[in-house]
Design a protein around this ligand. Structure first.
Ligand SMILES: O=C(O)CCC(=O)C(=O)O
Ligand SMILES: [Fe+2]
Length: 339
């Protein structure tokens, strides 16, 4: 168990305990781990196998599934920038509505292989089901009716599921790596919550930005007082046991909860240190289930005691999403073409 990022165990923690752990975690570090809930371990493992085989297709094959305006489909290496100044060294396949809407059937090669198709649907539904339980706990922990957040998410409407692949580098590429190079630039997620699955044979690299006062709280050499209070450090995120996953909240939930739940900055780095560059980057595979409310949902802030502040005109989910999308496209365009 990680000393900083708490774990909610659905097999052993009571619902009251689950709500308490979640409230404390989201009020401080903004991340927690979940065990014994969500998709079956076999399905999660099968999804990672499916992800590996999809990303190992030739570029010509993958390009058949290029993401269009909706964002669903394949996105090539170095064509997004989650943070400033550097493109992300990753490729993704986003299911968007392929899993949830009959009128948007999954593209081949997925729908032609019935076993993969069924696994994807089961995995999606497992994620969806646990996301609803989590949203109920998020509400109960703030003394709100349990359906408060959950009811604003129509099945599969804005929620997206992505396979993410951070390829290993060739020796030549590794030798040219600089401090600036990044697998996923530093960012906060945008929506309600994100569930992140990391392959059980992972290449580490996910880091969370936390106040030094939290990271070093138990360090005896720490001096007294608030001397660390305002400085942040990158903390290596844990990889939960097989079948487990991390949860964090996005900017929408931070607004909705009036800051009681924090959208924490995070990034994925190349795990290389000076002097031992060669052969140290391996492939990293992760899968993210990004839960996003329906477009017209306004993030009306919650006041203490479970009241809602209806006096202000809060930004809606659709407005926030579109402004973040625009920002990210502008950021990408501003990056010079030279690597
Ligand atoms: O792949 C990871 O470990 C993190 C990905 C992430 O933070 C994101 O896509 O928003
Ligand atoms: Fe993220």
């Amino acid at each position: 168990m990680d000393p900083i990022i708490p774990t909610v165990d659905f097999a052993s923690d009571t619902p009251e305990k689950q709500a308490e752990i979640i409230k404390n975690a989201l009020g401080s570090v903004g991340f927690f781990a979940v065990l014994n809930a969500g998709p079956k371990v076999e399905d999660t493992e099968a999804m990672f196998e499916h992800s590996k085989s999809f990303f190992s297709l030739s570029m010509a094959d993958k390009e058949l599934y290029l993401a269009g305006k909706s964002g669903s489909g394949y996105t090539k290496l170095l064509s997004q920038a989650l943070g400033e100044g550097k493109r992300d060294h990753k490729e993704t396949f986003s299911y968007g509505k392929y899993c949830s809407l009959e009128e948007q059937p999954m593209p081949s090669p997925f729908k032609d292989d019935s076993s993969i198709y069924e696994t994807i649907k089961r995995f999606y539904d497992g994620c969806h089901e646990v996301s609803e339980r989590l949203m109920e706990l998020f509400a109960l922990a703030l003394e709100l009716p349990k359906e408060h957040f959950r009811q604003s998410h129509s099945y599969g409407l804005n929620t997206a599921m992505s396979l993410i692949h951070y390829p290993a580098l060739s020796k030549n590429e590794e030798m040219k790596l600089t401090e600036m190079d990044i697998r996923a630039g530093e960012h906060r997620d945008w929506g309600t919550l994100t569930m992140l699955f990391q392959s059980s044979t992972p290449q580490p690299g996910l880091q969370i930005s936390l106040p030094r006062s939290i990271i070093h709280a138990n360090n005896p050499s720490r001096k007294n007082g608030n001397d660390y209070e305002d400085t942040y450090e990158w903390y290596d995120a844990p990889v939960p046991a097989k079948g487990g996953f991390l949860v964090n909240v996005g900017l929408g939930m931070e607004l909705w909860s009036n800051g009681m739940y924090k959208a924490t900055l995070h990034r994925v780095i190349f795990p290389v240190s000076e002097g031992e560059k060669s052969g140290t980057t391996k492939d990293r595979y992760s899968m993210a289930f990004f839960v996003q409310p329906d477009d017209n949902v306004a993030f009306q802030p919650i006041l203490p005691g479970g009241k809602i502040d209806n006096t202000i005109k809060a930004i809606t989910s659709g407005e926030l999403f579109n402004s973040k999308l625009q920002e990210s496209m502008d950021r990408f365009k501003a990056i010079p073409n030279v690597a």
